[in-house]
Ligand binder design. Structure first.
Ligand SMILES: [Mn+2]
Length: 336
């Protein structure tokens, strides 16, 4: 980093440390790099509000719930109340859901964009396209500012680096050095962060439903296709998806309640490529069993009055009929 660049960063630190009312903004559907950078800033410096206006991605949600943090969205009027916006990981103004007219400091790692330079309200526009993530810049900034970086901030920054580099696949030596330094300051491991990014903050009953679906599963292989059938009390859709992730090509999960049943099914993309459409299939079954069925090619449902077990049986037999109608064998090695 040359001295000119360091001067800019020192100026940024000055702005970050002012008593002004500050808000951090980032691109729509904020990813863990955007959210992680925002979290780290707000944890290292007092008086910074993180605004998730424009929403956050599911992995960003996962890591936030792992850290026990929640962010609110803001209206334009609310954002205008702040004195300074710190815009992170946002390559152009159009990526912001709402653009307040307050002064801005933009910190990014995408290619330089004249749209930022042309705005009269941007006090500093700093981007370093050599960096694989915005999190690395924030880490450098906080070190430069002599801030103590709390545990949660370290985790948030690592999550940003990991996701923006495809779990280090696209990392350059400098990324790895920074990641190593961060890891050296915490007991958190890459595995912990990987798990946190991929584990939804799901409630206990949903996770139990998925495990019960796996415990009760009946497996049938027919013409090279693996079917998984199970029953749960709730969360059929999540349970069906979980069975697919365990290796089934198609999963049927039913639940019975108050004289009625609900079936949720999931089919693998390989099966869809072979022409199978679960939504149409369950629509057809629905007509036969006097129920309501339909959905997407790979995710669909069916409900009606009666017994889940009986309808699951019909689904299974009809699916086998469909398999028989296909030319040749649909064995997994051919399908996938
Ligand atoms: Mn990024």
């Amino acid at each position: 980093m040359d001295t000119g660049e360091n001067e800019t960063l020192l100026k940024i630190i000055e702005f970050l440390e002012t008593d002004r009312k500050k808000v951090v903004l980032f691109h729509r559907n904020g990813d863990p790099d955007a959210v992680g950078s925002a979290v780290a800033l707000s944890l290292c410096l007092p008086g910074i509000t993180v605004s998730a206006t424009g929403g956050v991605s599911s992995t960003a949600k996962n890591i936030s719930s792992f850290l026990g943090l929640e962010f609110s969205e803001h209206t334009l009027e609310e954002l205008e109340e702040f004195d300074l916006a710190i815009v992170l990981d946002t390559s152009s103004p159009s990526q912001l859901e709402i653009i307040p007219s307050i002064p801005k400091v933009v910190i990014d790692h995408h290619a330089r964009n004249s749209a930022w330079e042309e705005r009269g309200d941007v006090l500093i526009y700093y981007t370093d396209p050599e960096k694989r993530s915005c999190a690395e810049i924030i880490y450098y900034l906080m070190k430069l500012a002599g801030k103590k970086i709390p545990e949660k901030a370290l985790t948030a920054l690592l999550a940003g680096i990991l996701t923006d580099t495809g779990h280090l696949t696209f990392a350059v030596p400098e990324t790895l050095r920074t990641a190593a330094e961060l890891l050296g300051k915490t007991d958190i491991t890459i595995e912990d962060i990987h798990n946190a990014l991929n584990t939804k903050g799901e409630n206990v009953s949903k996770r139990i439903a998925k495990l019960k679906a796996a415990q009760r599963v009946r497996i049938e292989e027919f013409r090279g296709i693996i079917m998984a059938i199970s029953e749960v009390n709730a969360f059929e859709g999540d349970a069906a998806r979980a069975l697919l992730m365990l290796g089934a090509d198609v999963a049927w999960v039913g639940s019975s309640r108050k004289g009625g049943y609900r079936i949720s099914a999931r089919a693998s993309s390989a099966l869809i490529k072979k022409g199978f459409h679960l939504g149409k299939f369950l629509e057809g079954v629905g007509k036969e069993v006097n129920g309501q069925g339909g959905g997407h090619p790979g995710a669909a449902g069916l409900s009606g009055t009666g017994d889940a077990e009986a309808v699951l049986h019909i689904c299974r037999e009809k699916f086998k009929c469909w398999l028989r109608e296909q030319n040749g064998n649909l064995s997994v090695s051919q399908v996938k």
